[in-house]
Each structure stands twice: as C-alpha cells, then as structure tokens.
Design a protein. Structure first.
Length: 249
C-alpha cells in the first residue's frame, strides 16, 4: 500500500523502466493514471520476460547521445522525467579503476542523465500538472560515501546530487523542479549478486536502523511523492531512502 497519487493524463518517461527500481516506478505511475513511456536496451518490449504491454516502449542505450536526442525529440509532451537508466559496471565484470571504464560510467550515469534532462526541459516547462514538470534522478549511497569498488559510479552519483541542485536553481523560474532519490542497498538485477552474499549484506544491515534492505517499491514511492503536488515546493533536494543507513553512527 502507500499514499494515493493522481497522475491522470500525465506523461511520464522512466528510463531503464524494464526492471528493478525503474519497473516499480513505471508501475506506480501507471496505477496512478499516467501514460508511461519506458526505455530499455533491447530492440522490442517483447524481448523481455515480463509483460510490458501497458507502456510505450522505446529502445535506448544511455551511452548513445544520438539515441537520447532521438527519444527526446519523439515525445509530444512530458510532465515527469525519471532518469533511472544505467548500471554499476563492476556488475558486468568491468573494473572502474581502469580509466576507460571510469569514463564510461560517468558518461552513462551523469552525462546521459544531464543530456536527457536538457533535451526534455522545454517539454517539462509546458507541463500543466499540479506542481509543474519534474526531473527525478536516482542517486546512491555512493553519492555520500567512498565505496572503493565503484569509483566511476560513485563519482557520477555524487555529481548527480550537484547537478540536481544546479538544474533546480536554473529551471525553477520555468516551473520545472529537479530532485533526486538516494537509494540505499535495494534489490534489483544489478544488486542480485550482492543480496546473495552475507559478507556484503550483513554489514549494511548492521548499520541500518530499520533492519532491512530496500525493495524497488520503497524507491518508487519516494519518486512519486517528489513528482506529486504534495512536493510542489520541494526542489534541488536529494532524499535518502535507505532505512536510516546514512544517519547511523
């Protein structure tokens, strides 16, 4: 359960909306009455093992600026952009301490998020939904802590916090809000290997006051709040959704 939001008629874009946090977010927006476009890396929605028929599906490799530009140009309207696409490259067996891999991570998670926001801001500024248009980014515990295995991911997610503040300051006069959700350790395809190893999860649980790890819907609910009229005077903020991990001593 959770709060009831009404996004009837709103146009939502969730990048990376086929699984994990993105899928949970897309589902919540659709349940709230929105028309939701999702992106994924495969050529067609039918190539996924889940039913995506309730969404408009567009193929996107977030490392491809031309594809970002094409998707932004294809949208007739937009009220909420959720910049969710991307992955920590060590989950693919790559070493982010290698400069070329580091560059890929920052290009994907920071530059790609900025480009999509910049290319869609004119649509967001025309939003007539209560609270105005919104850009929502997905930050991380690596936005606040040094996590040695993900220097590129961490640098990008740290940069996203600063970018969120800057977009909020620059676009507020146009009625566009920018916020981010800093997700704690949350179950997803990217973190499946971590969830399976007590050596990784036990220290996190020990530091988490609420005593559990995150589920995608925990993050999705926060995203919907930040995009809703209830948050119409909130911009430039990064909300930690982490069971209290960031405040524990």
């Amino acid at each position: 359960m959770g709060p009831r939001h009404d996004f009837s008629g709103a146009q939502i874009l969730v990048t990376g909306g086929t699984s994990g946090i993105g899928a949970a977010t897309a589902a919540r927006f659709r349940e709230a009455g929105a028309e939701v476009t999702i992106t994924g890396t495969r050529a067609s929605a039918t190539e996924y093992d889940v039913d995506l028929s309730g969404y408009r599906y567009l193929q996107l490799d977030v490392e491809r600026p031309d594809q970002i530009d094409a998707i932004a140009a294809s949208l007739p309207r937009l009220d909420v952009l959720v910049n969710n696409a991307g992955i920590a490259l060590p989950s693919l067996g790559l070493d982010e301490w290698e400069p070329d891999v580091f560059d890929r991570s920052v290009a994907m998670l920071l530059n790609g998020a900025f480009r999509m926001a910049r290319r869609t801001v004119d649509l967001l500024a025309q939003s007539v939904v209560p609270g105005g248009g919104s850009v929502i980014g997905i930050a991380s515990m690596s936005s606040f802590f040094g996590i040695p295995v993900v220097p590129g991911y961490g640098a990008a997610k740290t940069g996203l916090v600063g970018l969120t503040r800057t977009m909020a300051a620059h676009w507020g006069s146009r009625g566009v809000r920018a916020n981010a959700v800093a997700a704690g350790l949350t179950r997803s395809g990217m973190t499946a290997g971590t969830f399976a190893q007590d050596a990784w999860t036990a220290p996190t649980l020990a530091r988490t006051p609420l005593g559990r790890l995150g589920e995608p819907d925990d993050i999705a609910q926060a995203i919907l709040f930040l995009a809703s009229p209830a948050a119409s005077w909130i911009t430039g903020q990064t909300l930690a959704v982490d069971g209290g991990f960031t405040v524990a001593g």
